[in-house]
Design a protein around this ligand. Structure first.
Ligand code: FAD
Length: 302
């Protein structure tokens, strides 16, 4: 029987990716690369199954071989993902083993037997192409698609993977591309996808202004959402910083990010998931909603 995969790599796009996959009308298996908290949330989206791959254990590139082998066995007719760095590391090998067509800015997927039809935005999102694939299709979603609705949760199983040597970190450029004053900053306010919406960045800016801090971000806020320039991203891909205080809001603490902030003297983190891995690395942690804690911080400092 045909199946569709939803590859989920971050909080903010999780419900949208699941929504597109589920509306295909085909049983959807979710493969979650992130925290156990994220996998638990996805379990309540109405998917048939959730496999959680612990993103803290290795690079996504090192899991790609295992995921490609699974794709070869299960032959999903459509694979839906967000356009994140983690998705991109996984989708290439999967598309190759399936001989799948690859496309982006997708708003809908329909499945008929072993073939898929996708609708994708074109012409500055003014028009929609309907594309037919003779076999499997691998697609990344457009912004603003409808999200999955809450449903009875399914059990999450942890996925095993054989770490392959497809990609290893040989060295990390400590200089990075610098810029944005982050290298010299004594205090840095870090922001991750848990900030929820672009308008909430005004609170981050206000807090940073009061503290005399620079603002840094996780990669998806630059790469996927384009809310920040690349020189604000901290981690493996860009730069390492070592402020006296790194105050993080809504970041899961992925190893690729933590590599860039671990040299901070004090790390304080706010995250609403008590299992978030950033709590294993921070000096002070607050389990709570950034949208409540941020205004309270600002008020207290004022
Ligand atoms: C090759 C490669 C290189 C990479 N390089 C980098 C890099 O240099 N830097 C980098 O940052 N990333 C990098 N990444 C991406 C990295 O793996 C993670 O995907 C990314 O850091 C996660 O960003 P995040 O913590 O903002 O998002 P998520 O992992 O989605 O975490 C969001 C967090 O917000 C929390 N949250 C949600 N809502 C709220 C709320 N209302 N209140 C409080 N908390 C909330 C959630 O519990 C979750 O823990 C790289 C990935 C790859 C594959």
């Amino acid at each position: 029987m045909s199946s569709v995969w939803a590859i989920i790599t971050d909080e903010m796009s999780a419900a949208a990716v699941a929504g597109v996959a589920l509306r295909s009308g085909t049983p959807t298996k979710a493969l979650v690369f992130g925290s156990s908290g994220l996998a638990g949330r996805v379990a309540g989206f109405g998917v048939e199954s959730v496999t959680w791959y612990d993103a803290d254990k290795t690079l996504p590139e090192a899991m790609a071989g295992t995921i490609a082998k699974r794709a070869e066995q299960e032959k999903p007719v459509a694979i839906v993902a967000s356009d994140s760095a983690t998705s991109r590391a996984l989708l290439g090998p999967v598309a190759v083993v399936l001989g799948a067509a690859v496309t982006g800015k997708v708003i809908a997927v329909k499945v008929d037997g072993d073939a898929a039809t996708v609708e994708r935005l074109v012409a500055d999102s003014e028009a929609v192409d309907v594309l037919a694939a003779p076999g499997s299709v691998v697609c990344t979603i457009a912004d603003g698609v409808d999200e999955a609705e809450a449903s009875e949760p399914v059990v999450v199983s942890e996925g095993a993977f054989d770490e392959d040597a497809r990609m290893k970190v040989l060295s990390t450029n400590a200089e990075g591309e610098g810029g944005a004053g982050l290298q010299q900053a004594e205090r840095v306010v870090g922001v991750g996808l848990g900030i929820g919406a672009k308008e909430n960045l005004a609170l981050i800016d206000e807090l940073a202004g009061i503290m005399g801090a620079e603002v840094a971000c996780t990669l998806p806020l630059c790469d996927n959402y384009h809310w920040f320039e690349h020189n604000r991203v901290v981690g493996t891909s860009t730069q390492k910083i070592s402020p006296r205080l790194y105050l993080s809001f809504g970041s899961s603490g992925a190893p690729q990010h933590m590599t860039g902030v671990r040299a901070s003297k004090v790390i304080a983190a706010v995250n609403n998931d008590p299992e978030a891995s950033i709590f294993r690395e921070c000096t002070y942690g607050i389990v709570g909603d950034v949208q409540k804690i941020l205004p309270a911080f600002i008020q207290a400092l004022k």
